[in-house]
Design a protein around this ligand. Sequence first.
Ligand SMILES: *[C@@H]1O[C@H](CO)[C@@H](O)[C@H](O)[C@H]1NC(C)=O
Ligand SMILES: *[C@@H]1O[C@H](CO)[C@@H](O)[C@H](O)[C@H]1NC(C)=O
Ligand SMILES: [Zn+2]
Length: 429
Amino acid sequence: MMRTYIIGFMVLFGGVYAKHELYDGHILYEITVQHADQVQFVSRLETLLHVDVFSYAVPGRPGHVLVSKDNRELFENELSAAGIEYKIVVENIKDMLDLEDKLLQEAVSKSSNRTRNGGLSFDRIYTYAEIDAFLDDLPRLFPGLVTLVNAGNSVEGRPIKYIRISTTNFQDPIKPVIFIESLLHAREWITLPITLYAIHKLVIDVTEQDLLQDIDWVILPIVNPDGYVFSHAESRFWRKNRAPGALCAGVDLNRNFDVNWGTASSSIACMETYHGPRPFSEPETSIIRDIMLEHRGRLQLFLDIHSFGSLILYGYGNGVLPPNGLILHTVGVHMATAIDAVKASWNPNYTVGNVALVLYEASGSAGDFGQAVGVPLSYTYELPGYRFGIGGLGFLVDPNFIEQAGMETWEGIKVGARYIRDNYRLLNV
Ligand SMILES: *[C@@H]1O[C@H](CO)[C@@H](O)[C@H](O)[C@H]1NC(C)=O
Ligand SMILES: *[C@@H]1O[C@H](CO)[C@@H](O)[C@H](O)[C@H]1NC(C)=O
Ligand SMILES: [Zn+2]
């Protein structure tokens, strides 16, 4: 009897806590580089040691790297030899993963899940299945305003659904279209509340009628459902989709678009920035492409929501500015200023700039593809990365930041929306 009890207990306990064994002993480093050679050096270490670069270090902006116990000595020696400064942010990342689990589970058990008027509450992180059910409900709750589109299936066969929000069923050519998506990268869980918040403010708790009357919206909360499910069930820091591969699974969807494809990404399937066998090899990216092409001309603002870094980035990823670079920058600054005005006090102000100049060169991104097919304002948001009041935890979610993230980011989105509303009308009237 006692024996069964103990085994039962261990199975239960194991089920709850075993999933982060994968990361036991992994160390999170913050590294500081001084010049381009050191940037290159870290990038070579990534290929050599298969360390997980959470964020790349560039001069003036520290980076964060997750390193397994086995690689620790080698990694530290290599950095020291290259004169690169580093410090340990978290000695064992599993402790932080267990803490995140605990806080998120508490948040779920306290959550009301739904608000008074049928929306989702902003006190927890929802699963793919919950979001799927929520999206299914919306057209029934808000007929004449919300249409659900099942855009096709992910690699593993999960439906990728998005909603169209329009008071005129997308039939009014005078209205510009805005497209927002989140969770292209699976582990960036905090990005989900951004698209959900936008839905909330456009459908459930509408306080700004102009945004609804004057603009048509396409909102896709989970672009990469397989990766998202996998990051919950198996591997918290999973980034790519789940395309099968001989050695390693997954394509980096944000390197798989057909714009300068393969020029600043990895051709090695095991790398986090693996661009896939060919442009648009993945159903997830093809779906985004098709949405953009469907609304070509009217699609005036595209926002691809990522984390982390407190950044608003625009193209191109090779450092070449689009012809409207000045406007891209100006509107980006206005959006950033609006977010900064209400942001959580512990987060830094947003930085705005061309992705290659602020961070690093990257090819085949969703943001670049939007720009290339004629979306005048195409941005990648990188949400703030401070968590639990500690820097560098990046992808981990602090439940206290969920509603704040939705609220503050929405302030930026509104600025971009009103800019294109005013200017698009001028062009077309
Ligand atoms: C909210 O959903 C979670 C998970 O589905 C459930 O455990 C919890 O009881 C729900 N809370 C309420 C108030 O319904
Ligand atoms: C952050 O942005 C706010 C609002 O734009 C500004 O008032 C403040 O000075 C900025 N803080 C820093 C440290 O730059
Ligand atoms: Zn990302």
